[in-house]
Design a protein around this ligand. Structure first.
Ligand code: UQ1
Length: 456
């Protein structure tokens, strides 16, 4: 596996390097020729520019390329990252089930050599002139633009959090970052008694179920180690779930099942509590409705930072008031510029931000973008808000929440396995083994349609 990765990576790098050598070595000699000058400058003009090489950007770029109608360099991807991470796996790292290095790949190794990769940041969008400017000053022009750079994790939004995460001795961790996701399991193993707190902020985050997935794994670990009891008052460890939300989960059906679990497992619910500060062993929350400050001592804290749009999106003409790319909920087309599209976390789509959501958004975006390029000759497709949260409730079991706009369940396996609000072992293997595999083998290559199966 590892050597394959290195090979894949160096193959992509070699192609890029060869292209670069061609341009730099031969450009001076041929600059006198008019034809080649336009060839060189043509490298900056693309039919489609995709901003972001995350789950949405890679999936969409390759689904477009797989149409077989684009020439090399027709499509460009812009992303400054060196690594691509399978972020849904970080909960498994926090629970001691995976090694974090196994979940990442060099981003360049995941990009087909027929796509032009600008491994740099994006500075500004100028949709009126169909251009974007990169961090290194390069200007790209496009006929269609896809904006999918994801969202930022704002560690500084919680006072004291960045310092506590970095301090190897502080019992504070987060599965929301590559650097800290393995510290979570170290801290879980180290705790033998005392108060554990798991937090979830008010506001939008990636995968709204993850803050409690890691709690359920920790509770199960401590129970098996004999230091946690669901009831009876003799537990060495006490657990509290402090969430900015008024309920366990945004979808009533699954929220009811998770609330039952919380009560049965003796987890204290601190609802509408938004973590604002960590100082030594004290956490301070703002009680959302009243604005009161509440402090709690802890011996273990799992923090979920606040998240929000990247500044270059928020401060651009493409953003809505909240800072997300302002697209139509169904067509994924920008509300003002008809050749601008968005999917994934950076989009304004009012659904839960997950990789599963991308499986349903990408084919709709690709269809509608090509339809626009072709003069609207084929039917438009619509996205129904499908998203999913495979919610680990213990080692060996997952509650597979799947829903669409309006929090309405849309379950893939309900007919075969029964109600998906019941945690099941089959879903655990989907989450732990199948999804990470299908993601790198098929999804980022544009060949996986989620609940619809493989794309041919
Ligand atoms: C999915 O396709 C996917 O990506 C590979 C996930 O991983 C992040 C998921 O969590 C889910 C639920 C899907 C959807 C696929 C099926 C078969 C329900």
């Amino acid at each position: 596996m590892a050597s394959k990765q290195v090979l894949a990576s160096s193959a992509a790098c070699a192609a890029t390097a060869a292209r670069h050598a061609l341009l730099t070595q031969f450009a001076p000699a041929v600059r006198r020729s008019f034809a080649t000058v336009s060839a060189v400058s043509a490298a900056r003009n693309h039919k489609i520019v995709v901003v972001g090489g995350g789950s949405a950007g890679l999936t969409i770029s390759h689904q477009l390329l797989n149409q077989g109608r684009f020439a090399p360099d027709d499509i460009a991807i812009v992303d400054p990252a060196e690594w691509h991470h399978y972020q849904p796996g970080w909960t498994l790292v926090g629970g001691g089930l995976k090694d974090k290095t196994s979940l990442r790949r060099p981003l360049a190794s995941l990009i087909d050599p027929k796509l032009r990769f600008y491994n740099t940041s994006l500075a500004t969008f100028s949709p009126d002139t169909n251009t974007v400017t990169l961090g290194d000053g390069t200007t790209l022009t496009y006929s269609q633009l896809v904006v999918a750079p994801g969202i930022a994790i704002n560690y500084n939004s919680i006072k004291g959090l960045p310092e506590a995460l970095k301090d190897q001795h502080a019992p504070v961790s987060s599965i929301y970052g590559y650097d800290s996701c393995d510290k979570t399991f170290d801290n879980i193993k180290a705790l033998k008694a005392g108060q554990a707190i798991f937090t979830q902020p008010a506001g939008v985050i990636k995968c709204a179920g993850a803050p409690q997935k890691i709690m359920w794994l920790a509770v199960d670990h401590w129970r098996r180690a004999g230091v946690y009891q669901y009831s009876g008052g003799g537990s060495a460890i006490n657990v509290a779930f402090a969430t900015g939300l008024p309920v366990m989960f945004g979808v009533p059906k699954y929220s009811a099942a998770l609330e039952k679990l919380r009560v049965r497992r003796g987890v204290e619910g601190l609802f509408a509590h938004d973590l604002v500060e960590i100082d030594g062993d004290t956490a301070t929350f703002v009680h959302v409705p009243s604005g009161d400050r509440v402090t709690r001592r802890f011996d273990f804290l799992h923090a979920t930072p606040k998240m929000g749009p990247h500044a270059f999106v928020k401060n651009s003409p493409l953003a809505n008031e909240a800072g997300y790319v302002d697209v139509d909920d169904a067509t994924l087309r920008h509300k003002k510029w008809k050749n601008v599209w968005s999917a994934g976390d950076a989009s304004s789509l009012p659904t839960s931000k997950t990789a599963a959501a991308i499986t349903a958004q990408a084919p709709v975006l690709v269809n509608n973008l090509l339809r626009e390029m072709d003069g609207e000759t084929k039917p438009e497709q619509t996205y129904d808000g499908y998203t999913s949260c495979p919610l680990l409730t213990e080692y060996g079991k997952v509650l597979l929440a799947e829903f669409k706009y309006g929090g309405e369940p849309k379950e893939t396996f309900g007919g075969i396995l029964g109600d998906q609000a019941t945690p099941r072992r089959a879903f655990y293997h989907l989450k732990k083994d199948f999804f990470p595999w299908v993601y790198y083998q098929y999804m980022v290559k544009g060949k996986w349609g989620g609940p619809k199966g493989w794309i041919r």
